[in-house]
Design a protein around this ligand. Structure first.
Ligand SMILES: [Zn+2]
Length: 255
């Protein structure tokens, strides 16, 4: 359990939204799924019990029928394309990146198309034509080429800076401390970030708030925070947890 004084700013902010008759839109993305695991079971049961839709970014090259069978009965899950193999092709002194670097554009796009078709085939009803670039990074020059492969949306990290040729549904709050402990980040820090995103949206930015998980590496802190966030927000009149598919549809119909 997270101390109630740590949760307080979140409750206060949601009260402000409620008093103003506003509803914040949240969505959940979780990356790197390949196969059924105990961690995935935990994620699926938590999200299901709170009625929270989740988008799993699945790594096409390494996945197969086993994951598809596991997800078959979980109607609250959608599946997005997480690059191709989650391999790093950046130079040693550059930030990790699969979708870019020195490789031929045709090679990268060919892999993405293969990944798109593979997941579409494995998930006829759960597939979302969304690209989630590994490490949230993609060469800018590749983005205009994505619609021709069938992609309708792109999801990376950070507030959306400009419109693109496809819907952009980003994440903003990353549960993990990648550069420090490599465990879940401190609850107070995460609550502060959620509140800051809510304040930004209250001021008028029309962008859903994306929470980003990596179930395979969640420690107790990460799971605790997620449970606490679900507890505080699910069913709250000022919050709507919304599926990525609905967000894509919404963005495509308003642009
Ligand atoms: Zn990843």
């Amino acid at each position: 359990m997270i101390d109630s004084t740590i949760r307080e700013p979140l409750y206060r902010e949601l009260e402000r939204w409620q008093a103003a008759g506003r509803v914040a839109r949240l969505w959940l993305r979780d990356d790197d799924a390949i196969e059924p695991t105990a961690a995935l079971d935990h994620l699926l049961s938590e999200t299901k019990s709170y009625g929270i839709p989740v988008t799993l970014a699945v790594i096409p090259a390494s996945t197969g029928e086993a994951l598809a069978a596991r997800l078959a009965d979980d109607a609250h899950v959608s599946v997005a394309v997480h690059g191709w193999a989650h391999h790093n092709h950046a130079k040693p002194d550059e930030k990790k990146q699969e979708l870019g670097g020195a490789r031929l554009e045709e090679t990268i796009l060919g892999e993405l198309y293969e990944g798109f078709l593979k997941l579409q085939g494995l998930y006829p009803t759960r597939f979302l034509a969304m690209l989630v670039p590994p490490w949230n990074r993609i060469d800018k020059a590749l983005v205009p080429k994505l619609p021709a492969l069938g992609f309708e949306s792109l999801s990376i990290y950070g507030r959306v800076e400009r419109e693109g040729p496809l819907a952009i549904i980003n994440t903003h709050v990353d549960l993990m401390d990648w550069h420090g402990t490599r465990g879940g980040r401190q609850a107070a820090e995460l609550i502060g970030e959620v509140v800051a995103e809510l304040q930004d949206r209250f001021e008028g930015r029309n962008e859903p708030i994306g929470v980003l998980g990596h179930h395979l590496v969640h420690d107790a802190a990460a799971w605790d925070f997620l449970a606490e966030l679900f507890e505080a927000t699910s069913g709250h009149p000022a919050v709507e947890w919304i599926s990525a598919a609905a967000l894509v549809q919404d963005q495509m119909s308003t642009t």
